[in-house]
Structures are given as C-alpha cells and as structure tokens.
Design a protein around this ligand. Structure first.
Ligand code: PEP
Length: 251
C-alpha cells in the first residue's frame, strides 16, 4: 500500500511576511493522517518554514540542489549536504522549468538525483512532455527517456528511496489539466517501465501527478490506480486550497 504524498512547490514566490502567513494557514489545516504532506519553499525561506513547521505538520524540501553533494567553491549553488544539514528531507530534481528555461540536461538531473540520495535526501524526479511532443504522439517516448536516463546510470534500486512526478509541461501553470485517464496512462507506463527492472520497486514507488492540480480536480486525479498524490504549484500558495487538495488524497 503506497502512502499518498501531496507536495507544494512554492517556486520563486514569497516574502518573509507572506511565507509566515502561509505557515500559519497550513498549521490551521486539518490534514489527513494517512497522507504525507511536503512543501518546497524558495531556498531563502527554507529555514523559516522549518522553524514554523517544527512539529512536522509537513516535511520541508528544496526545489533544486547542486550536482556536487559536498560544499565547495560554487557561487550561488546550494549543496544537498547543506539542505540535509538545514533539516530538509526532500529535493525536487529535473523540474521542467529548470530543464526548459535553465537548460538542465538529463545528465545534470542524474547527478542531482545521486547527490540528493548520497546526503540522505529523497529526490522527487520530475518528468513530462511538452505540448508539441504530446501532439506528435511522443509522450511515452519522452517520459520514458527521462526516466531511463536515471535508471540506466544509477540502477533501479535508487527508486526505493525516491518519488517520481509526472508533470506534463503543457499543464503546468496553464490551468489545463491532464484528464485522469491521460494521466493514468502515463503513470501506468512509468510503473511498467520500472517493473521491467524490479516488480517490487515499481509496486512501492510513489508517482505523483502535477499540472494545475486544484481542489476541484484533485479527488478525480488521485482516484486513479497509479496516481499516488500530487505535486502542486500555484494552488499550494493558498493554504486552504492546498489543505483541501491534501484531504482529497486521504482515504
Ligand atoms: C509545478 O510547477 O510543479 C506545478 C505543477 O505547477 P502548477 O500546479 O501551478 O501547474
């Protein structure tokens, strides 16, 4: 039985004041005990959120980490070891905004995935196709290749300590959501690809859906057999909306 996970990606949003409000809003939510909840604030606000959620209402993760796990001379980067030291437990790797806008390659993503795990963090690997790739029938090929880049280099067992998020690029921040059936098809393909290497790992790994998830569509998406929760961007900036999404993932 996979425990659902709902993760809020706050992206490059927030001031000390708005983050404090969001923390208070989250603390007021009634969150289901059978759902794991995590938030990913900007690096600048991680410590504030860790302190504000010190009693572990939610796990706290980072939105990225350096490819090298150790501290060192690399201006502007944050090492996975520093994130772990601060109290983070998770880190996003390969978000499409980083792949497409910042030129992050599959090889970079693999290194970040490995760096995270080497410091005891759970990497949350984001994969997904663009609209053009979907319309040319390449969705499963693109997502499969992104996933294979990690499996081929690091092996299948690393997925026993990782989470996958399927995030169609065309659905991120666009208000367009994959239908539950469209999402399920890709989630099932991801699980089948992992199962070809290890049935046990495939059966236990959580695969989240991301792309304009909101309270109004969450229950339908989370009701699909291979969707184990959500990675939520815009809607996670509203504590009441995010709380409702978390409740939709509960039994
Ligand atoms: C995201 O950026 O991971 C995301 C899913 O964003 P949104 O929910 O705003 O589409």
């Amino acid at each position: 039985m996979r425990r659902p996970l709902v993760a809020g990606n706050w992206k490059m949003h927030g001031t000390r004041a708005s983050v404090a409000e969001l923390i208070n809003g989250l603390r007021r939510q009634v969150l289901p005990a059978d759902v794991e909840v995590a938030v990913f604030p900007s690096c600048l606000h991680i410590v504030q959120v860790l302190e504000g959620l010190a009693d572990r209402v939610a796990e706290v993760g980072a939105q990225d980490c350096a490819a090298d796990p150790a501290q060192g001379a690399l201006t502007g980067e944050v090492a996975a070891s520093q994130l772990q030291d601060a109290g983070c437990t998770l880190v996003l790797v390969g978000h499409s905004e980083r792949r497409l806008l910042l030129g992050e390659t599959d090889a970079d993503v693999v290194r970040k995935f490995a760096a995270a795990q080497s410091c005891g963090l759970i990497p949350l690997l984001c994969v997904g196709e663009t609209l053009e790739q979907r319309e040319s029938g390449k969705t499963l090929e693109v997502v499969g290749a992104q996933l294979a880049s990690v499996v081929d280099v690091l092996g299948i067992d690393v997925f026993a300590r990782a989470v996958v998020a399927y995030e169609p690029v065309w659905a991120i921040g666009s208000g367009l959501t994959a239908s539950p059936e469209q999402a399920q098809q890709v989630h099932a393909a991801i699980r089948a690809q992992l199962a070809a290497h290890s049935a046990e790992v495939a059966c236990t790994v959580r695969i989240l859906y991301g792309g304009s998830v909101k309270a109004a569509n969450a229950a339908e998406l989370f009701g699909m057999p291979d969707i184990d929760g959500g990675l939520v961007g815009g809607a996670s900036l509203n504590a009441d909306e995010f709380g409702a999404i978390c409740r939709a993932a509960g039994s």
